[in-house]
Design a protein around this ligand. Structure first.
Ligand code: 6PG
Length: 234
């Protein structure tokens, strides 16, 4: 099941997620493993982290990973890493060894395997599955999450932590965290804001049979501990 948390604005939603992260980092007795997503929703969050919260987040305790990456170079405007770097990483004091980016410029299949191994080597692994402390996921207008698009059901339960997926419209290759890893996270947060997502937010909480097959909703429904942070009134 997924627990919803409602806020009035995208700003309040981003502040609430940040506060939750700060609280976890205060208590963390070991490195804290966080994975962030791309797309436009987290832009506000990353800008807050790079400015207002730059000195409040215990960056030394945080190991930063990505849920997914587009197969492009880091300086490409499509790069999820490049986007976060400009908004946040360039402005904060985080040890460079704590930043674990996906090499979007590398051959995709090799990179999916390399990054899967990096994640498995650094994170606690239980029953073969690496366990993130927190994953910040988005949801696309078509119900995708990570880069698992509707119909790509094989990536929901795939055993590998990361795979190569293909955007169904543009054909762009992506490196995507699988549903298996997302569902096993200690805390999976769906960060979803904006009027265009209103129906999908409702569907995430009360899905019909068809909606249950959408990747974001399937993962939300089957996750060990999923929360929805959104700006939609109940
Ligand atoms: C990406 C993502 C993706 C994103 C959703 C939502 O690289 O595109 O990580 O899963 O979270 O597409 O994107 P928006 O926030 O732009 O709606």
């Amino acid at each position: 099941m997924i627990q919803p948390f409602y806020f009035d604005t995208p700003e309040q939603t981003a502040h609430a997620i940040t506060q939750r992260l700060i609280d976890h980092l205060e208590k963390a007795m070991r490195p804290f493993f966080l994975a962030v997503s791309g797309g436009s929703t987290p832009n506000l969050l990353f800008s807050l982290w790079g400015n207002e919260y730059a000195d409040q987040i215990k960056w030394q305790r945080l190991h930063l990973f990505w849920v997914d990456e587009r197969c492009v170079a880091p300086n490409d405007p499509e790069s999820n890493y490049g986007n976060m770097k400009r908004r946040c990483l360039d402005n904060i004091h985080i040890p460079s060894e704590n930043i674990h980016r996906i090499y979007g410029e590398a051959p995709p299949e090799l990179e999916a395997d390399r990054y899967s191994l990096e994640v498995k080597n650094l994170l606690p692994v239980k029953q073969g599955i690496p366990r993130f402390d927190m994953i910040l996921a988005g949801m696309g207008d078509d119900g995708h999450t990570s880069s698992i698009f509707p119909g790509q059901t094989q990536w929901l339960t795939e055993k590998k932590p990361y795979v190569v997926s293909v955007h169904p419209v543009t054909g762009q290759q992506r490196i995507a965290m699988t549903g298996t890893v997302m569902m096993a996270a200690d805390e999976l947060i769906f960060h979803v804001t904006g009027a265009s997502k209103k129906e999908l937010i409702h569907a995430m909480l009360h899905p019909n049979e068809e909606q249950k097959k959408l990747p974001a909703i399937y993962i939300a429904q089957h996750a060990k501990n999923a929360n929805l942070f959104c700006d939609m009134p109940a």
